[in-house]
Design a protein around this ligand. Structure first.
Ligand code: HEC
Ligand code: HEC
Ligand code: HEC
Ligand code: HEC
Length: 367
């Protein structure tokens, strides 16, 4: 009898060890990011910080921005025509290290990934056409979305990290999956996008494209009114996209929200407003720059619905609160910082909106 209970105890202990092994072990630090007493605290996994050296150094010293321009020196330069020839060559060298995979076959290695070697002005490789638009997209992010990317800015490397297709991307899911078990109505299919839960899987298509609405569901009135038509499924979708936001940044909900009221901007952390700008930036990038490239990409680069792979928060952030641990690499590539003719450009579209009827208030942390 006693033997039995001893065995049970050992068994229980062993089970506990196995269960605990599932917990995240390792150095943690905690940090208060919001009002005191509201539990707005982040537990950080210190092993998740960017290792030094992860950001590739510039190809060589930045050449002067004066002298002959690329537009004068070359035949078919449209986007970077205003940049000096020297700086243009430098930018090409940098782009090559950021985009071209190290294991590319010889015919696609280095400059040839985008260029026909006999004639660099030739536009017949689709990768060059895509890259030209990507240069404009990067300039637009740095110029029009500085509310989000600040002085850190982005380069091609922020998304690509040495890969032709960035690691974290999404496409529209297949429609109605009527199977033997019945139509699952776009949910109950555990996928990475929704943290392997039963939540709706069209999360990105719904919240990461311009024409889609805001991720808002909470009523402003006590009693139901026609002003808020959010269904339970809308709420589930909202929860799914919020899980994506959290996972992409490696944070929990209270990094942005005060759990007392998820809706109120006044009670949220300043990071929630930054995240709102991030959402507008992602929608704009996908809708204006990447989606229209559908006809340029070959079929093997498109998703099941024939749309190109698009970006979400994880494309840049990759589980970090600031991409690349906040390393400021964009400053070394001035050609990518502004759209040509910048200065006169008035930020249009999403930047003119505010997060809500009540604009986000930058809540002072720790008071
Ligand atoms: C990821 C794609 C990509 C890679 C890799 C790339 N380029 Fe380019 N290159 C472009 C694009 C896009 C343009 C046109 C830019 C524009 O319109 O402003 C261009 C234009 C040029 C031009 C101007 C040609 C002309 O006469 O119009 C030269 C020269 C050039 N690249 C050199 C290079 C060199 C050298 C390398 C390798 C070190 C390289 N490029 C790698 C995309 C690329
Ligand atoms: C905001 C994220 C982001 C940034 C910044 C970005 N890209 Fe991309 N890029 C993408 C995505 C997403 C795709 C994948 C599209 C697909 O395959 O359907 C892509 C695809 C490409 C491709 C096609 C690769 C292939 O083999 O099919 C090229 C070339 C490219 N990008 C060049 C660039 C250059 C050059 C820059 C910087 C000037 C840049 N990108 C900046 C997100 C980004
Ligand atoms: C990185 C910041 C961030 C994180 C982390 C985050 N949220 Fe959000 N949340 C936002 C933003 C921004 C909005 C407003 C979205 C919009 O306007 O499109 C929002 C909206 C919401 C709403 C709707 C509020 C309304 O007005 O109806 C709920 C509910 C919500 N979040 C819950 C959560 C939960 C639960 C988590 C954790 C799983 C979470 N959020 C994580 C930034 C965040
Ligand atoms: C094109 C790349 C890119 C994408 C996509 C992107 N971000 Fe960011 N984000 C940045 C950069 C760069 C910074 C650093 C800005 C700085 O230095 O303060 C940043 C900073 C932030 C911060 C502030 C972190 C802090 O601790 O101060 C939040 C919150 C954030 N992003 C949320 C989001 C959310 C949510 C999404 C998706 C809707 C998103 N981001 C998509 C590039 C990106």
């Amino acid at each position: 009898m006693r033997m039995m209970s001893k065995l049970t105890t050992i068994g229980a202990l062993a089970a506990t060890t196995v269960l605990l092994a599932g917990c995240e072990i390792g150095p943690k630090s905690s940090e208060q990011t919001g009002y005191r007493g509201t539990g707005i605290v982040q537990i950080n996994d210190r092993s998740n910080a960017t290792a030094p050296g992860e950001v590739p150094p510039p190809p060589y010293e930045l050449p002067p921005s004066s002298g002959e321009t690329a537009g004068q020196a070359y035949e078919n330069v449209n986007v970077l025509a205003h940049v000096s020839k020297e700086e243009f060559d430098y930018t090409m060298a940098a782009i090559t290290q950021w985009i071209v995979p190290a294991d590319a076959p010889a015919a696609e290695a280095g400059c040839n990934y985008c260029h026909v070697p006999e004639n660099l002005a030739d536009d017949s490789k689709y990768t060059k056409v895509v890259a030209r638009r990507m240069i404009q997209m990067t300039q637009s992010i740095n110029q029009n979305y500085s509310d989000h990317v600040k002085q850190t800015g982005v380069t091609c490397y922020t998304c690509h990290r040495g890969n032709a297709v960035p690691k974290y991307v999404w496409t529209d899911p297949k429609p109605g999956d009527g199977r033997l078990m019945g139509n699952k109505r776009g949910q109950n299919t555990p996928v990475e996008a929704v943290g392997y839960t039963s939540l709706p899987v069209d999360t990105y298509a719904k919240y990461m494209r311009t024409q889609s609405g805001a991720a808002r569901v909470i009523s402003k009135t006590i009693h139901p009114t026609t002003a808020n038509r959010s269904s339970i499924k809308d709420t589930e979708g909202n929860y799914a996209i919020m899980m994506h936001l959290s996972q992409s940044l490696g944070v929990n909900c209270t990094y942005c929200h005060n759990s007392r009221s998820f809706a109120q901007w006044e009670q949220s952390s300043p990071q929630r407003s930054l995240a709102w700008y991030g959402l507008q930036m992602v929608k704009n990038t996908n809708e204006e720059y990447i989606h229209p490239l559908a006809s340029v990409f070959p079929a093997n680069r498109l998703g099941p619905q024939g749309d190109p792979y698009k970006t979400n928060c994880a494309t840049c952030h990759q589980q970090q609160r600031k991409p690349l641990g906040g390393a400021q690499m964009a400053k070394d590539y001035p050609a990518l910082l502004t759209l040509p003719g910048a200065g006169s450009a008035v930020p249009s579209g999403p930047m003119m909106q505010t997060p809500g009827a009540a604009a986000p208030v930058a809540a002072a942390a720790g008071n």
